[in-house]
Design a protein around this ligand. Structure first.
Ligand code: ADP
Ligand code: TRP
Length: 324
């Protein structure tokens, strides 16, 4: 089994990224599978065209991955743009990709509806993602539910390529953990950088508490019984509290006399405890940009070697000339 996934450096890491994605990346790594994890900086350019922002977000994500336990000695950890072969494969896949497949893309529709300019990169985003996945012969792609369609498009493209040029590409599968497929944000919608509703992982304890206090709840008064199953705070507590504590909190909700403020307070404590060690590690990494650079350089080297081997198969399968 070969696991591969990426995150765009388009903002700061949040609970949705961790529980929906990075936690699974880490689990697969610790189970000893072959893992490839990367920073999707070319993807971020489809919606973010600001040099300083892209540079900063790339470094933030690199430190975040490492602080959350992605170990460059166990996983191949790299930046997308260190593997130029991926844009080459993207072009070749473009040539077998029906426009009608991309027209079904929900990300494109959502992002343009939100006001992002409908550039070709955004339209072609799923083909670049397919190239990312296919170029490492990946078999599983751990992701949150919002990325499911992209992996399905990847499968369609790999199958299409194989039917046109003969069996060459591995057809991957997505890996989605149902309980954390969609982590809600402080407004109850999917937690996402682009909705401004996130609880960040690498924030100060004080800001974390402030964000938790902003979670939207209904207006049931403190004394009255509450339904945990329809509450946003409880939905987030489910990610962090132990089963015993969760049961106890659910009991308190139903009994009344327990306010949303109490639940928010406990949630912020749990977030601050859960990520305290990662935050410390992040602060150490911030002081050591040379180490970070070395890690990226080595990861890029390993990733390029695998990508080039796939590209040799691909070029040869479709008759693309190379004189060197
Ligand atoms: P965002 O929506 O904040 O821009 P990304 O698209 O960069 O997040 O997501 C990176 C990874 O984190 C993807 O695998 C995605 O599915 C996962 N993810 C992001 N937000 C959530 C969420 N709210 N719930 C579950 N998984 C999520
Ligand atoms: N589209 C993914 C996201 O927004 C990021 C991504 C790019 C990715 N390439 C990938 C995820 C390959 C999994 C596999 O989160």
């Amino acid at each position: 089994m070969r696991s591969l996934s990426g995150i765009q450096p388009s903002g700061r890491l949040h609970l949705g990224n961790y529980y929906g994605a990075v936690r699974q990346f880490h689990k697969l790594q610790e189970e000893g599978h072959e893992c490839f994890y990367f920073i999707a900086n070319y993807h971020a350019m489809t919606t973010m065209q600001d040099k300083a922002q892209l540079e900063q977000a790339t470094m933030h994500l690199a430190m975040g991955y490492l602080a959350l336990g992605i170990d460059p000695n166990k996983s191949v950890f790299f930046v997308q743009s260190d593997v130029p072969q991926v844009t080459e494969l993207c072009w070749i896949l473009n040539c077998v990709c029906p426009v009608s497949l991309m027209e079904k893309g929900t990300t494109y529709k959502d992002k343009t509806a939100k006001g992002f300019s409908p550039n070709m990169g955004l339209f072609d985003y799923p083909v670049l993602q397919a190239a990312d996945i296919i170029i490492y012969d990946s078999t599983v792609v751990p992701i949150g539910a919002d990325q499911k369609q992209h992996v399905e498009m990847t499968r369609d493209l790999a199958i299409k390529f194989n039917s046109v040029f003969g069996e060459t590409l591995v057809v991957p599968e997505s890996l989605i953990v149902p309980e954390v497929a969609i982590v809600p944000g402080i407004d109850g919608q999917k937690m996402s950088k682009s909705y401004g509703n996130v609880i960040e992982i690498f924030d100060t304890p004080k800001n974390t508490r402030k964000r938790c206090m902003q979670i939207v709840t209904d207006s049931t008064p403190l004394e009255e019984p509450k339904n945990p199953d329809t509450d946003n705070v409880y939905a987030l507590l489910k990610l962090l509290a132990s089963p015993e504590e969760l049961q106890e909190i659910a009991g308190k909700y139903r009994a009344g006399g327990y306010g949303y403020g109490h639940a928010k307070d406990r949630l912020s404590q749990l977030v601050n405890e859960r990520f305290a060690a990662a935050r410390e590690k992040y602060a150490e990494l911030e002081k050591n940009p040379d180490y970070l650079r070395d890690v990226m350089c080595e990861g890029g080297r390993k990733a390029r070697a695998v990508a080039e081997a796939t590209m040799q198969r691909v070029r040869s399968a479709c008759g693309v000339f190379r004189s060197f």
